[in-house]
Every structure is written in structure tokens, then in C-alpha cells.
Ligand binder design. Sequence first.
Ligand SMILES: Cc1ncc(COP(=O)(O)O)c(C=O)c1O
Length: 470
Amino acid sequence: MPKKPLIEEVNKHIYKNSISFHVPGHKNGHVYEGTTEFKNFLKNDLTELTNLDDLHHSEGVIAEAEAKLTNLYGSIQSFFLVGGSTVGNLTMILATLNRNRKVLVQRNCHKSVFNGLKLINAKPIFIAPEISEHLGVAGGLSLESVKAAIHQNPEAKVMILTYPNYYGEIYDIRKIIDFAHGKGIIVLVDEAHGAHFQLGNPFPTSALKYGADIVVQSAHKTLPAMTMGSWIHVNSSRVSIKKIKEYLEILQSSSPSYPIMMSLDGARSYLEEFTANDIKYTITEIKRFKTMLLKIEGLKLVETEDPLKLVIQVKGGCNGKIFQEVLETHGVFPEMSDQKNILFILPLLKSSMAYPFEEATNAIKQSIEKVSHLKNENRKVQLHENKSCTTLEISYSEMDSYKEEYISINKAMNKVSAETITPYPPGIPIIIRGEKITNTLIDLLNLCIENNIKIQGGKYLSNKQIAVLV
Ligand SMILES: Cc1ncc(COP(=O)(O)O)c(C=O)c1O
């Protein structure tokens, strides 16, 4: 039985020096002159040839690779995704919700969740997350807020959660899943940042183990998969596998990328062969890195539950964005930063694999010397409404009958936003089209403008204008 069925079959094809009279048009890289790494890479970019199976009707090597994935995660059935957790989130929503129905949604979900809700004109009941004290960012849900939302909306039969957050913080999702199941509610979990939770202690426990009905994970975020490589796990008989397959076929390309699928096969195998010793080694290396960092004056480390996430702060309070820019000039590229925090995603290392932690420590030391005099000039801004449940002011089905108009954001209080405005990363919208604009939201928008934060949506935000529905 092959260990990496898809990778091995593609390799066999490449070694045959086959002559391509098929798509893609780069003809196994042939049309590119000379020998370059890119040209070599393109040899893997094949298509549904004899023996290479078909993602949308898998019965050969892709079926074998997906069966190994299912087996590893212990789900009912797991599927490769070539469009990221984005396509997984859209699929789980479309496959479980009917149009125009109420659905309970953690408010700090990724934008793909909101896009899915829009596609089916859902009536979302947003549940406000707790704010994490250390980091000052949106975290998980409390059982109390979930109970209240369910009590007020007994018609809602699906709940969408995000676990963990971008920074690796978790919450007591088990109790929430159990409570929801007790009320006959299906629980869908965006676990984009938790593909490695399968390793168990000392990593947090996956929502799969707690019985979530569907779990979506970005293998490319913490496992060695290529960007866009993700997977969706169907974990209960409350979900129709037929519908999941149907939407995966609708939403994903009919020519899915072989390099991405091969990298999923590779990432699964990497995880499967990751031993207790490898875990020990990774954790020891992370500790060693942290010990070196702790010796740097002016640097503060913030631990979250996920050992692969490392958050650093500058003690004087320098804005995280500014520190990130300086770090990058020293060759260290973090995942993201906000007003306060810089987030590093650390590698899963097999025993004795070296990683340039010393070099990174030196670069961080040199960078901090340049910013430690900077003070925190950030205003304190409330992150979320005090209300634990909110909803859209104008529903998805009514929105299109409204016109749009740009007005000054400082005059937008109580108007309804015509734009979804999302800082990226982390990709959690501050305002969703159809939501009422409150003082808190205006504050957050001003803060984004002041801090020059990378935004998706908000066409004229830099001119302090927002589109509203009229
Ligand atoms: C919580 C969360 N869900 C979903 C996504 C989308 O994942 P992908 O990039 O794999 O499409 C992201 C991306 O950052 C995310 O942070």
C-alpha cells in the first residue's frame, strides 16, 4: 500500500518522460526555455490523466489519499479542498442550511462564513465573542451567550463557530457543542488554524474529538501543504455526505491543482508519521527559541494555548504594525500584527530538523533596539458591542432593493452599511453589509485609518467615507 498514493503516482508519470498533448498549455513546463526551478515545478502540474484519478469522481489514487486522511482524523469522511478553508466554509453552510433560515453565528468568523450566509439569504443571529484579556482581540464564545442566543432563537437549527482564533486561543467548545446538540442544533466549526490539533497533547483538542458535525481546516496554515490546500471533515450522520459532495463539485474548479492535492497527500503523511519524539523535539525547540527571546530587553512574549503560535509585544507599547515593518527590513516575516501584537506561526519540526531560530533572535534584537523608544499612542477602543446578540438591520434578501450612497464615517451612526469592511489578515469583518453602524464601529474604522491597516472593502475609507444603504 503506497504511503503517499497521489504523490507516488504523479512521480511515476513524471519519470516516464511522457509527451504531453493535453492541458495545461505549459506542456509539463516544456514551453519555458532553459532549466529553471519553476519549469521543474510545472512537471507536477498535471491533469486528470489515466491513473491520476479525478477529485470530483475519485476512485483511484485520490480516493486512496482521501481514505488515508479520513482514517487519520477518524471522521466519517474527509475531503481534499483546493480552494482553501474558504471553499470548505461555503460548502458546509450551503450543504446544511436552507434559504431564509435563522442561523447562530459567532460574530468574529472569517469573511467566507458571511459570504456563505449571503449566498443563501440566511438570517444570521450574531453572537458576540469574549475579548481576550492578554491580546485585546476577539476570542471565543461563552456558554452563557450561546444559551441566551438559542433561547431567544429556538428556530435556529445550525450554529457556526470559529475555533481557535488566529492567535491560537481556544475556549470551552465542548460544552457548547454538547448543549447545541441537546437542542437538536448542528454545529459547524471553522478550525482553519487547527489542522495540527490532531497531534493531541500539548496541542489543543480538535472540535472533531468533541463531536462537531463538520470541521474545516486549512492544512496550508500549520501543516506542510501548499497555499489553498485544506480539508473538510464530515463527522456525524446529521450531515448529508451527498450534499457535501454536490457543493464541492459546484464550488471547486473542474481542473483542481495537482500540486495542491499532492501537497495535501504530503501534509497528511507528514502528520501521520509525526512521532511522540518529533512532538517533544518541536516543543523543546520552541522553548529554546522563547528562552532566547526572553533575554531581549524590551520584548514581551504572550503565550496562547497553541504552542505553534507565538505572540510578541514591545514593552514600551510600540504599535505592532511598526515593529513588523522594522522586522521585515531585518529579514524576519511574521504572519501578521495588530496595534499591540505580532504573531509568529512556528514550524512543526521532525526530530533534529534545524530552523534558523538564532538568526531570527538576532534580527528581533536588532529590530527592537530601533523601536523600543516608541510609546503606545493607540487610543483604547472597544472591540465589540455590549449586546451579546445582534443581527442584520436589512436582510440579505432585501438589500438589493436599496440604493448606496457615500457619506462621512463620522456622520454614519445608525445608518446601515452597504459595505463589508475587513482588515486582512485576520479576515474578520468589522462591518458587514446590512449591519447598523454604531459608535463602536465608527471608532474601529477610525482606528484602522489612523493605523493604516490593510483593508478589504471600504473603497473610500481612506477619505473617511463609507457607503450606506438608503
Ligand atoms: C478563521 C479562518 N477561517 C477561514 C480562513 C480562510 O482560509 P483559507 O485561506 O484556507 O481559504 C481563514 C484565513 O485566514 C481564517 O483565518
